[in-house]
Design a binder for this molecule. Sequence first.
Ligand code: DP6
Length: 330
Amino acid sequence: MKNSIKATAIAPSNIAFIKYWGKKDEKLRIPTNGSVSVNLSNLFTTTTVEFSKKFEDDLIIYNKIQNNRGRSEKKILTHLDRMRNLAHLKYKAKVITQTNFPTASGLASSASGFAALTLAAVSASGLKLSEKELSILAREGSGSACRSIPDGFVEWLDGNTNNDSYAVSIFPPNYWNLSIITVIITKEQKEISSTLGQQLLISNPFLPVRLSRMKEKNKKVKKYIEKKQFTKFGELLESEALELHAMTLTSIPPIIYWQPDTVRVMKLVKSWRNEGLEVYFTMDAGPNLFLISEEKNEKKLIKKLKENNITDIVVNKPSVGARLVDKHLY
Ligand code: DP6
């Protein structure tokens, strides 16, 4: 290995149609069920990693702030060590990471963040890994990050071990012209992280019912995407989002991720559907929403949002997964 190598990766955030919520192996982040998602073109993280003999300590600059002690930074350091161990590398690292959206507000910043970090650090450490190996590594950083490695519409396979729990592309980004509009209700950091929220699920009495239905749900969503059956697809992903929140609401103690405006938008979506505009919502573990329509309805939907003073939005298309770029952040 040379005295120093720098690499930069961009990774998209992703939104799950069928959710990952609960782990059967906490340490390895093996989920209780498979999940299906799509990568988002306009919510992404760019990360530059450099390993060098000349660095005396690890340095992390996260959205322009230098900090080695926060919750996210500790997770980043642990993840860097995973890659250093794999590459038998002793060098310290400089990591500059930049998201183009508010972090920890239910916009899956950890998914894009850990996917970008994995690809950049693997490349900077000189390792040559397959997409499957990258997805496995990203999963260990943050579960949903494994789905931000492959392109387009993605399935996180329902595996049981470190080696068979990873994500694969099931359809390329241009397979289906969907529009996915993020509605940002609040930019504040959420109080309860996804990791902690999932731990509270263990004693949830409804968990066995949910788990007994997951295989069927994943099968259905893949069929609806394949056949581009938008109505069935939308109904399924909306009820799945509500079920995720039914689980958080019935966890012990309960978690209420919604804000009053979250419910307002949910009700608006339903009323627009009644007027003939076909749009459905989904959410992650946070107050923000993702409105999904076919691209042909995007303009109408944006107009509706404006008429209702909902202006903090990000319009996405299905996107490619994590990739290396030549332009470094420093
Ligand atoms: C609600 O991947 O953030 O967004 O593995 O503990 O880091 P950890 O959790 P994380 O959980 C995401 C949960 C979700 C649903 C999903 O993306 O499938």
